[in-house]
Design a protein around this ligand. Structure first.
Ligand SMILES: C[S@@+](CC[C@H](N)C(=O)[O-])C[C@H]1O[C@@H](n2cnc3c(N)ncnc32)[C@H](O)[C@@H]1O
Length: 184
């Protein structure tokens, strides 16, 4: 409950940046990482990690030699994120605008999966289209992109990735949709 309240405070203070008042619930977290395998080593880049609620599910799921790199803009949420201690995990206080530099610094040419909770819905449409078109080329073929939304945007992602599944998660507060695209 304390974590929800702390998140709510950040959401109220910075709604345009955080984009939500509640952190993802467990069912939503599991749906967000559905395409990420447990039985092979992968590099996962997480955008908008918040206090690490999805990150913890990722770290429970991925193999011993996988990597999880999680980027978060809000300093207060980042402080909590960076308390996660796991040798496979790299928390980064930063902006997805600087993703090229972050990937370079982490020595990542191609990632296997990108998991995003960044509030694209309240960001400039052209920015989001350019961002996704650019970074889909940095995800390995057969890998995936997942995005949480609080509305249906299948066509938007289908145009960019050529495919998009929607998983509706009514049990989340508020009900959410996970968009899942495979990199082809
Ligand atoms: C809807 S919250 C999701 C938090 C957490 N992953 C969860 O599922 O509960 C979106 C997060 O994206 C972060 N964010 C927003 N814009 C960002 C940006 N440009 N770069 C990095 N993180 C950003 C916000 O600070 C916020 O923590």
């Amino acid at each position: 409950m304390k974590k929800q309240i702390d998140f709510l405070i950040q959401g109220v203070k910075n709604i345009k940046e955080v984009g939500a008042l509640t952190r993802s619930g467990p069912i939503l977290c599991k749906k967000m990482i559905l395409p990420v395998p447990s039985d092979k080593d992968v590099v996962v880049v997480e955008l908008g990690a918040g206090d690490g609620v999805i990150t913890k599910h990722l770290l429970k799921k991925v193999s011993a030699n996988s990597r999880v790199i999680s980027i978060e803009l809000n300093e207060t949420l980042f402080q909590k994120l960076s308390k996660i201690m796991d040798s496979r995990f790299t928390p980064i206080l930063g902006n997805i605008d600087d993703l090229d530099k972050i990937l370079d610094e982490e020595g990542i040419i191609l990632m296997d999966h990108m998991v995003s909770a960044v509030p694209f819905i309240i960001m400039d449409n052209d920015y989001v289209i350019n961002f996704l078109n650019k970074y889909k080329t940095r995800i390995r073929k057969g890998g995936s992109f997942t995005q949480v939304h609080y509305g249906f945007k299948r066509k938007f992602y289908e145009k960019i990735f050529g495919n998009a599944k929607h998983h509706f998660v009514p049990a989340n507060v508020p009900p959410a949709v996970v968009v899942e695209s495979t990199i082809v």
